[in-house]
Design a protein around this ligand. Structure first.
Ligand code: SAH
Length: 261
């Protein structure tokens, strides 16, 4: 009986975006790599059903990351990717949305670079783009917004560390990721830095999925409306006059709307 030799080859780590939720929004490249992977290290917010594309014998490792409760610390995760690749396995590091948009893809790659592990990055539809499309809210529009900004609403040291004067601008659409918990502060700062209280704003929860919910209001009233509706993560906040278009352009009817707008 011969023992299987350990592979002298180093595997490749593919940092793959799985899109915003709807499995159909996965790229062909992502689907192919997931189907070929020896190991898949996946996050909390990946497209539903995506692991079903993996080979049954592929090892599936949950890396977590639900806001503050990180199930695997980042440095351990980085080490895990390195050791899997050094064992000769091809690894898919599967993330929600796009790996380079609030996805820590950059941090994980730095460790791979330092360890000499080959890697590739596969972009995904980021949730701002996916949610805007499925909510019927164009992020840019010639009559409303000539620029769009993606910002994080995540608190660092108890404050949201953002350049508010550059975000509270007319003719700009701002999409806040990770901002449900800090929505009231975001709206307060946008008004304090010059936007009118009746400036349109929306929240999209579980965007692109059959549980999508869209709430539209304005900066003054959105926090109350969102609290009353019990909106929880994952959700995005879209601020800008493009939000007015939702009423006319909404086209997606989720099958399981728990509480419609
Ligand atoms: N890399 C991801 C973002 C990770 S940060 C991307 O490109 O989309 C996690 C945040 O993304 C969540 O807190 C939420 O604000 C947003 N998000 C992800 N999926 C979402 C969805 N289906 N609907 C609404 N927001 C979503």
């Amino acid at each position: 009986m011969t023992q299987k030799p350990t592979s002298p080859l180093v595997g490749t780590v593919y940092i793959v975006g799985s899109g915003p939720g709807d499995l159909d929004l996965l790229t062909l490249r992502a689907a192919r790599l997931i189907g070929e992977a020896d190991a898949i290290v996946y996050d909390h917010l990946i497209a539903e059903g995506v692991l079903g594309l993996a080979r049954p014998e592929a090892e599936k490792i949950y890396a977590g990351k639900e806001s503050s409760k990180h199930s695997v610390p980042q440095h351990e995760l980085n080490r895990l990717l390195v050791s899997l690749a050094r064992a000769g396995r091809n690894v898919v590091r599967l993330k929600g949305g796009d790996p380079f948009v609030f996805g820590r893809g950059g941090e994980e790659i730095e460790t791979l670079v330092d360890s000499g592990i080959p890697f590739e990055v596969v972009p995904g539809v980021t949730s701002a783009v996916g949610c805007a499309a499925y909510a019927g809210i164009p992020l840019t529009h010639r009559e409303h917004a000539q620029a769009v900004a993606f910002a994080t609403g995540h608190l660092k040291d108890g404050t949201i560390n953002l350049d508010w004067p550059s975000l509270a601008r007319p003719r700009l659409t701002v999409v806040f990721y990770m901002g449900v918990g800090t929505l009231a502060e975001i709206c307060r700062q946008m008004i304090a830095h010059g936007l009118p209280p009746d400036h349109p704003a929306a929240v999209v929860q579980n965007g692109t999925t059959q549980r999508q919910r869209v709430l539209t209001a304005d900066l003054a009233t959105l926090p109350g409306k969102v609290a009353a509706a019990g909106v929880t993560a994952p959700a995005l906040i879209i601020v800008g006059t493009v939000v007015r278009l939702h009423r006319k352009l909404a086209w997606f009817s989720p099958r399981l709307p728990d509480r419609p707008d």
